[in-house]
Design a protein around this ligand. Structure first.
Ligand code: HEM
Length: 419
């Protein structure tokens, strides 16, 4: 049955496989925005939640952490049907990161890393980022067939974040694998037969050993990198950062710092294949790359949702929300909100203004937004300079996930010119 004819309660905006097979459920969200923007969902396999689909509502909720906390159910995962229910990823997350902390603790921890990601600090990294990107295109000179996601899009943000953390190049494959297993928790490509959720979290033990060894090294011999700052950091009471929180913070920066940007790059290429005139516009005027970067983030919205929990009974959007209820903030829906964007379903690289929520808003606004914007600007500017032609040679495969989204494989034939 057509989405337009289904009763609202039958619309599914959360099952991961829908995202992998047909992409983001924009038609369903458009109906929710129109008919019931704070909508109670009880999908099979998930605990119930309110779907928040309007830009203004997501903004208001994100700016009030005292009413809507991040601790607890901060991402919506399916209930675990493979194990005996011993672990509950939502109620007992295996990490305590910025994204599942609340003020005042959240601010204390965010301060430990935020100086490394200010626009001024990021500007200092630009020269290095230009080199990293140019090296990637140098290695591809000539004409060849490859997977754009794994062989191009993944490399530039990965190399930038590993350099910031001081992780040597030889270990970048490890960082990439851990990241894929983290964001691919629901995608069969990153799972093994018969695994429980508990088994699937094995990568966390490996990542903890890896980061702890790095911290040990930087306590003995500090360098000019973020790992040295973290390893030797203290809280405002002068005490050391507890090991679990320290690992969680570094893990978040390590994985959030490149998977998302990779998805924006590969999602950007998919979008340009679908809107070739916009790529031509960028080739004709590379000065548009700053606006293009934001339009790509709006259009692809690589982080689809985070969730909040009501701290008390509250009336919101005409609904009675009860203490403990979950609210899923669908940024991708907000980014097509007809009340905010002119022609929201048109991809226009020169869209200005572009107040999208691709980086979130409020208390948890993306720490790496300046870095991500610079990554994207540098990447697409060099792309139009160096890539003479690029065309798909097979179907694009999307990730099965309603948390983060994007292509996981784009087979292409590409012709890259020299510097
Ligand atoms: C296009 C790329 C990126 C997108 C779309 C993106 C998106 C987001 C979103 C939607 C949030 C959550 C906001 C909320 O809960 O209100 C977030 C938080 C965060 N992002 Fe990004 N991000 C990107 C790149 C990066 C990079 C490069 C880093 C590198 C450090 C990073 C680090 C973080 C961290 C640490 C948080 C948690 C902040 C907090 O809870 O205070 N992100 N990001």
């Amino acid at each position: 049955m057509n989405i337009q004819d289904l009763p609202l309660d039958r619309l599914d905006v959360i099952t991961a496989s829908i995202y992998g097979s047909t992409g983001y459920p924009h038609e369903a969200w458009a109906r929710m925005r129109r008919e019931d923007p704070v909508h109670w969902c009880e999908p099979p396999g998930y605990k119930p939640f309110w779907a928040i689909t309007k830009h203004a509502d997501i903004t208001q909720i994100s700016k009030h952490p005292e009413l809507f906390r991040s601790e607890g159910r901060f991402i919506l995962f399916p209930e675990d049907t493979t194990s005996d229910g011993e672990i509950d990823l939502e109620e007992n997350p295996p990490l305590r990161m910025l994204v599942n902390m609340d003020p005042p603790e959240h601010r204390e921890y965010r301060k430990l890393v935020s100086p490394w990601f200010t626009p001024r600090m990021v500007k200092r990294l630009e020269v290095r980022l230009e080199e990293i990107t140019a090296d990637i295109f140098d290695d591809l000179e000539g004409e060849r067939e490859l997977d754009f996601v794994t062989e191009i899009a993944a490399l530039q943000p990965l190399r930038m974040i590993t350099e910031i953390l001081g992780i040597p190049r030889e270990q970048e494959d490890f960082v990439l694998r851990v990241t894929n297993e983290n964001f691919g928790l629901e995608d069969p490509e990153f799972q093994r037969e018969g695994e429980t959720q508990q088994d699937r979290l094995g990568f966390l033990t490996e990542a903890a050993a890896f980061l702890n060894a790095l911290f040990e090294d930087r306590r003995r011999t500090p360098r000019d990198d973020l790992s040295s700052v973290l390893a030797n950091a203290t809280l405002s009471d002068g005490g050391p950062v507890p090991p679990f929180e320290l690992f969680s913070l570094a893990f978040l920066v390590m994985v959030a710092g490149h998977d998302t940007t990779r998805n924006a790059i590969s999602g950007g290429l998919k979008t340009f294949f679908e809107h070739p005139a916009e790529l031509e516009k960028l080739r004709a005027d590379p000065g548009l790359v700053g606006l293009a970067a934001d339009e790509i983030v709006r259009w692809t919205t690589p982080v689809n949702h985070f969730s909040r929990t009501a701290t008390r009974d509250i009336e919101f959007g005409g609904k009675s929300i009860r203490e403990g209820d979950s609210l899923a903030l669908f940024y991708a829906s907000a980014n097509r909100d007809e009340d905010v964007f002119e022609d929201p379903f048109t991809f226009r690289i020169d869209r200005d203004p572009n107040p999208h929520l691709g980086f979130g808003v409020g208390e948890h606004f993306c720490l790496g937004a300046s870095l991500a914007r610079m990554d994207l600007r540098v990447f697409w500017r060099q792309f139009v300079e160096r890539v003479e032609s690029i065309e798909p040679t097979g179907p694009i495969e999307l990730l099965d996930s309603s948390f983060v989204g994007g292509p996981k494989h784009i087979p292409v034939r590409v012709k890259v010119r020299g510097r």
